[in-house]
Design a binder for this molecule. Structure first.
Ligand code: NAI
Length: 398
């Protein structure tokens, strides 16, 4: 019998529970189904589809709007008893199995989205097998590394400050420790490299390739998830390297809008709320902000997980006729997070949190830890222990 161990290195999960991961996909599907159907896109491509925001988007559109979906992600399958692969691998499988039960197309591409070959393969599939042009392209990729498809040069993103270092408290979930960390500031090269990896260049390349191949429907929409935050996290996010990458996405949205104008298409930056994901757990200081924010928002009944947030975005805002935009035409579902009262209470709580009390009921540490664990298939609701073998896991096809 395989043993699933919830092992961490800092805020990075090393172990996974494949059965738990697959159950969590079913839980998220149930969440959407309980809300009932809605009218939305029917032919959807999601780049970065295997976890958190991208997966939640895919689940909402498939099980809420009845969409056929293509998901592109970069995940690894099982190799040995000690290396069972990544959570997203099993998420892809569970999603496909459940979607196919409903008669929906759910095609998974597991490969490097940054390459031209990937784009071409997806285009060939749309042309030959998907049964229609794309009416929604969701770009939800988060990566620390990107190989430039023209030069072959490999770029790494850095999570760093800009201008001066930032000193503040953070949390290590492995050691269950609250401690002070110093975040160095980035060189100009590191800022440029982060923009290269996490900025909007690849989003634009996808849209150019799809448009050129004539696989986009008239009126196509493309969304890209951004984060702005508030003064509580500007020093290490909004006004730091990641913020520079997000600003680049704003610029690329303008280019894409021009590109799509003759087919009445639209590029939409969606400023999403802070949630617990593989990508956000490794942002220094962010866990402290989250355990305060989640506590305050949970008390108001507005705390959301990725599935709750993405379902609201598509069901109510984008396709439900209740969008809220800012002066730069960005969609603002994060309005609940940045609400003045919520932020004032979050700030006051952050100031009270210390090494002694960070795990107490005063904060949402338990919620953060549970949400983080669920990403790897642990502490999943409705989980039933199952005796699975490596061979059985290897036999699962994405
Ligand atoms: P995540 O780490 O859970 O998911 C990233 C996805 O990208 C996965 O499906 C992964 O397989 C895929 N991916 C990574 N490298 C790839 C490659 N080379 N080729 C193909 N697929 C690749 O990340 P998360 O947090 O869901 O982030 C998605 C987007 O949402 C990011 O742009 C992030 O900045 C944004 N966002 C996240 C927030 C948060 O609090 N987590 C808040 C607001 C925006």
């Amino acid at each position: 019998m395989l043993k699933f161990e919830h092992k961490l290195r800092g805020n990075v999960a090393l172990g996974i529970n494949p059965v738990g991961c697959m159950q969590e996909v079913v839980n998220e599907i149930d969440y959407v189904k309980k809300k009932g159907p809605y009218e939305g896109a029917k032919k959807v491509l999601i780049v970065g589809a295997s976890s958190s925001y991208g997966l939640a988007t895919r689940i909402s559109l498939a099980f809420g709007a009845g969409a056929d979906t293509i998901g592109v992600s970069f995940e690894k399958g099982p190799k040995s008893e000690r290396n069972l692969g990544t959570a997203g691998w099993y998420n892809n499988i569970a999603f496909r199995e459940e979607a196919e039960k409903e008669g929906l197309i759910a095609k998974n591409f597991v490969q490097d989205a940054f390459s031209y070959e990937s784009k071409q393969e997806v285009i060939n599939y749309i042309k030959n097998d998907f049964g229609g042009k794309i009416d929604l392209v969701v770009y939800s990729l988060a990566s620390g590394v990107r190989k430039d498809p023209d030069t072959g040069e490999v770029y790494h993103s850095s999570i760093k400050a800009i201008g001066e270092p930032v000193v503040g408290p953070t949390i290590d979930m492995q050691e269950q420790l609250y401690y002070t960390e110093t975040l160095d500031y980035a060189t100009d090269q590191e800022i440029a490299d982060t923009v290269k990896v996490m900025g909007g260049e690849d989003w634009q390349l996808w849209m150019e390739a799809l448009k050129e191949a004539d696989v986009l429907a008239d009126g196509v929409l493309t969304t890209n998830y951004s984060y702005l935050g508030t003064e509580l996290n500007h020093s290490y996010y909004g006004q730091a390297t990641l913020g520079a990458a997000k600003a680049d996405c704003d610029e690329k949205a303008n280019n894409i809008n021009a590109l799509l104008s003759d087919i009445n298409g639209k590029a939409q930056i969606v400023v999403a709320t802070a949630v617990t994901t593989k990508a956000s757990a490794v942002i220094p200081f962010f866990p402290v902000y989250c355990i305060a924010l989640y506590k305050v928002m949970a008390e108001q009944g507005t705390h959301e997980t990725p599935i709750m947030h993405q379902d609201r975005i598509y069901r109510e805002m984008i396709y439900g006729g209740k969008p809220e935009y800012d002066e730069f035409n960005r969609l603002r579902p994060d309005n609940w997070e940045i609400d003045e009262d919520i932020q004032a209470k979050t700030k006051a709580l952050v100031q009270k949190i210390n090494a002694e009390n960070f795990k107490s009921d005063m904060t949402a540490y338990d919620m953060l830890f549970k949400e983080f664990s669920v990403l790897s298939g642990f502490l999943v609701e409705n989980y039933v222990e199952k005796d699975v073998t490596l061979e059985e896991l290897k036999a699962l096809k994405y």
